[in-house]
Design a protein around this ligand. Structure first.
Ligand SMILES: NC(=O)c1ccc[n+]([C@@H]2O[C@H](COP(=O)([O-])OP(=O)(O)OC[C@H]3O[C@@H](n4cnc5c(N)ncnc54)[C@H](OP(=O)(O)O)[C@@H]3O)[C@@H](O)[C@H]2O)c1
Length: 265
């Protein structure tokens, strides 16, 4: 069982782009780690590997023991909006091997199949994953998904971690799946805790603020609702539905506010 912290830091979004300097990403990761954050999540799809490189740079001067480093496989990004999915055994192995190189580690603590569907969970994939685990490339397996895919993932029984939205706008069925997962001993890693509706446009104060504008233009135009980020973290941490609650930020001020939310509980 991984030693999860209540809050986890996502090295994603603008951290995979030149909108944020690498030194800034590294400094935020170090500050979060010093404050007791143990979970750091990233993915090859975040900036086509750039976010993993940044987490790897930060790890060079951190004590790895006690940290939970999580990355994903199955989804890669290219260009500004391109996404390619491939859950074949060869693609997963190639992806994980490249992630380990970028992160500068021999193995990650958690490997998440990024948006995998039930049909993609083949026996050859299972065999390859077992081989990779036995070789030390990862310790625990999770899946990132939402809705019906969570139910299916629980049925298959491959995963001990689910990465999924946890916010006040979930319906009863969605809450029931999360409760069922936890009752089965499957850990829930919460994302999108402020809700599934897009954030309102905000005043541009830094280059990093261009990233949400870009996402807004290319993302979903609707959702069920949205609350403030800190309120979302507070609600998710207190919900009893999640073992770890992820957030991301490019700002030290937001990092400190978010850390204080967990301390106050
Ligand atoms: N597996 C998946 O498919 C998947 C999908 C989504 C997310 N994730 C993971 O979950 C992590 C969190 O993602 P999320 O979607 O839940 O993002 P989030 O933490 O809700 O962050 C969204 C935005 O909120 C801003 N923010 C952070 N703290 C704030 C504060 N105290 N006050 C005001 N604004 C604040 C950040 O911008 P500033 O830079 O301005 O602070 C950030 O860009 C990601 O990093 C990733 O690791 C995984």
């Amino acid at each position: 069982m991984l030693n999860l912290s209540p809050l986890g830091f996502g090295v994603s979004g603008a951290h995979g782009t030149p909108l944020v300097r690498r030194t800034q990403t590294v400094s935020l990761i170090h500050r979060a780690a010093r404050a007791g954050v143990r979970v750091f999540d990233t993915a090859p799809a975040y900036g086509a590997g750039e976010a993993e490189i940044r987490l790897g740079l930060a790890l060079k001067s951190l004590d790895r023991s006690g940290l939970v480093i999580s990355t994903k496989a199955g989804l890669t990004s290219y260009g500004l909006t391109g996404r390619r999915r491939d859950f074949s055994p060869a693609a997963i192995e190639t992806s994980l091997t490249a992630s380990l190189t970028r992160l500068g580690v021999e193995g990650v603590d958690l490997l998440i199949l990024h948006g995998v569907s039930h049909e993609e969970l083949s026996a050859p994939l299972q065999n390859r994953l077992e081989t990779l685990k036995a070789a030390g490339a990862y310790q625990a397996l999770g899946m990132a998904g939402r809705g019906l895919s969570l139910d299916e993932a629980l049925e298959v029984g491959w995963f001990t971690y689910l990465m999924t939205p946890v916010h006040p706008f979930l319906d009863e069925d969605e809450r029931a799946v999360l409760a069922r997962a936890r009752a089965m001993g499957v850990n829930v890693i919460a994302i999108e805790t402020a809700g599934d509706a897009p954030a309102s446009p905000r005043t541009l104060r830094s280059m990093a603020d261009l990233y949400p504008v870009f996402k807004h233009l290319h993302g979903a135009a609707h959702g069920r609702g949205r609350i403030g980020v800190t309120e979302g973290l507070r609600v998710a941490l207190a919900s009893g539905l999640a073992d770890t609650v992820l957030f991301t930020t490019t700002r030290r001020r937001h990092l400190d506010v978010n850390l204080s939310v967990a301390e106050a509980l």
